[in-house]
Ligand binder design. Structure first.
Ligand SMILES: Nc1nc2c(c(=O)[nH]1)N=C([C@H](O)[C@H](O)COP(=O)(O)OP(=O)(O)OP(=O)(O)O)CN2
Length: 143
C-alpha cells in the first residue's frame, strides 16, 4: 500500500455558538489541513508512471477546497441572526455557512469527505486550528 500526504492552509474567522469561553467570540485561525491518501496501484502512463497520483494534482485539489474557506467568516447554520448575516453580506464581508459547529473535528471530517468526493481514497484528514491543537478523522468505524 502506498500513502501520500499533502497540506494546504486557509485563514478564516469563526466562533463557537453556545460555548462557555472566549471561543464563543469571533476569532481567527491559520488553519492547516493535512490529508493522507492511500492506494496500491501506481500509474503506468508516461507522465505519472510510478506515481499513485501526481502531488501537484493532489495539492491543487486540496487547495481548491481550502480556498473556498479562505478569508471568510465561517458560521454554523442558525447561529447568526438574519439581520446580522444580511448586514455583513451587504457590507461586503465574505461568509461561509456550514451545517456543523465549526470545530477542528468537524473540519477534519469535512475535508475527508470533500477529498473522498474528488475520488481519493482518504486514509486520514487532519486539521490544525493552532500550531498545537489538531483533530483527525479517518472515516466511520467499521462494525
Ligand atoms: N476539541 C476541540 N476543542 C476546542 C476547539 C475545537 O475545534 N475542538 N476549538 C476551540 C476554539 O476554537 C479555540 O480558538 C481554540 O482553542 P484554544 O486552545 O483555547 O485557543 P488558543 O490557542 O487561543 O488558546 P490559548 O492557550 O489561550 O492561547 C476551543 N476548543
Amino acid at each position: 500500500m502506498y500513502y501520500l500526504r499533502a497540506e494546504a492552509s486557509f485563514d478564516a474567522a469563526h466562533f463557537l455558538a453556545h460555548y462557555q469561553g472566549k471561543c464563543s467570540n469571533i476569532h481567527g485561525h491559520h488553519w492547516i489541513v493535512q490529508i493522507r491518501i492511500s492506494g496500491s496501484a501506481l500509474q503506468t502512463t508516461t507522465q505519472e508512471r510510478g506515481m499513485l497520483v501526481d502531488f501537484s494534482q493532489l495539492k491543487s485539489d486540496l487547495k481548491r477546497i481550502a480556498d473556498e474557506l479562505d478569508h471568510t467568516l465561517i458560521y454554523e447554520t442558525g447561529t447568526l441572526r438574519e439581520a446580522t448575516r444580511s448586514t455583513l453580506a451587504e457590507d461586503g464581508f465574505a461568509m461561509t455557512e456550514v451545517p456543523f459547529r465549526p470545530t477542528a473535528e468537524h473540519f477534519a471530517e469535512y475535508f475527508y469527505q470533500r477529498m473522498t468526493a474528488c475520488g481519493y481514497t482518504v486514509a486520514e484528514a487532519t486539521v490544525y486550528e493552532t500550531p498545537n491543537n489538531c483533530a483527525s478523522y479517518t472515516g466511520e468505524e467499521q462494525a
